[in-house]
Write a protein that binds this ligand. Structure first.
Ligand code: 9YT
Length: 136
């Protein structure tokens, strides 16, 4: 059995910061843990906006703290996010994530991320077989 705490992860290579410092992701379970999904706690900092478009992954996001909104440009909808809200990007939806208060989110990725991913320019993470390579 695997047992870990956020404290075990903080300051290790399982803690990944966005280049622009808009968020930090603590990756409690990764592909190498063999669960078939990855599980992260992500803090989205207040006052930030992040463009995300996971073309190669499905992600579910459950808010446990803070406040914000997610906008889906394809249909122009804006969804308010408060503790107790889950959103699932079941159609690989492009979205803009904004925090009005620091948000603590629990995120599950299928397929699992391997560990070092930061968003590519198009808001995606590369597919598992291309990780670490910049697409041409
Ligand atoms: C909610 C979201 O997608 N935030 C960006 C970071 C991502 N959750 C991650 O890599 O943990």
């Amino acid at each position: 059995m695997l047992v870990r705490t956020i404290n075990d992860i903080t300051g290790t290579d399982r803690e990944v910061w966005a280049e622009n410092k808009n968020w930090v992701s603590r990756r409690l379970l990764l592909k190498k843990d063999g669960m078939g999904f990855s599980f992260h706690e992500t803090i989205i900092f207040a006052g930030t906006q992040t463009h995300i478009w996971y073309k190669n992954h499905l992600e579910a996001v459950f808010c446990v703290e803070g406040e914000g909104e997610v906008e889906t440009p394809a249909d122009g909808k804006i969804h308010h996010i408060v503790p107790g809200t889950i959103y699932a990007l079941n159609n690989h939806d492009e979205h803009l994530l904004r925090a009005s208060k620091d948000m603590r989110l629990l995120c599950v990725f299928n397929p699992p991320v391997t560990g070092a991913e930061v968003h590519l320019e198009d808001g995606s993470y590369p597919p598992a077989e291309n990780q670490g390579k910049v697409p041409s």
